[in-house]
Design a protein. Structure first.
Length: 164
């Protein structure tokens, strides 16, 4: 299944609103600076979560941990804003790469189906012990199914262009 919604993630700051995000399942898709800033926020969140057990009623320490999360979140927003043009270029390149992989996969699937259909037809022909090559009127179910699948692949729509 194709994921277009991402993995929900949120940052909660005391006295502030929730900051929700949807992160891609493959964090490698993020620009390196954004990924590093994201990791800082996650690390600060984990440290803050351990705070009550570690610090008990030390409200100064808990406030410092919360401030660390707030600062890391601010850095994440700043880095994302400053790298947005570069990120857009990176995503356009990743999109183009994905389209090329898709087209190549379709071509590979077509080639594989051709091999399946040819082998099934030759198998059918060999079963009768006469004739050479392919039987043009073969009704072998495997060959017909491979042909039907191939026609289905040909009717798949193309990937749309990225909008500017």
């Amino acid at each position: 299944m194709i994921d277009v919604k991402g993995t929900p993630w949120a940052v909660n700051i005391s006295g502030d609103r929730e900051h929700p995000f949807a992160m891609p399942r493959d964090l490698g898709m993020l620009p390196p600076k954004v990924a590093a800033a994201y990791e800082k926020v996650v690390t600060a969140q984990k440290a803050e979560a351990k705070g009550p057990a570690k610090n008990g009623n030390n409200f100064v320490a808990m406030k410092e941990a919360n401030d660390a999360v707030r600062a890391a979140l601010g850095e994440l927003y700043d880095v994302a804003a400053s790298t947005s043009q570069a990120a857009r270029q990176q995503y356009a390149e990743a999109f183009e790469y994905g389209v090329r992989r898709y087209v190549r996969a379709l071509a590979d699937a077509q080639s594989a189906l051709q091999d399946v259909a040819t082998a099934a037809a030759l198998y059918d022909q060999a079963a009768h012990g006469h004739g050479v090559g392919l039987n043009p009127v073969s009704t072998m179910k495997a060959a017909m199914t491979a042909r039907s699948l191939s026609e289905s692949l040909e009717s798949l729509s193309t990937v749309p262009e990225l909008e500017a």
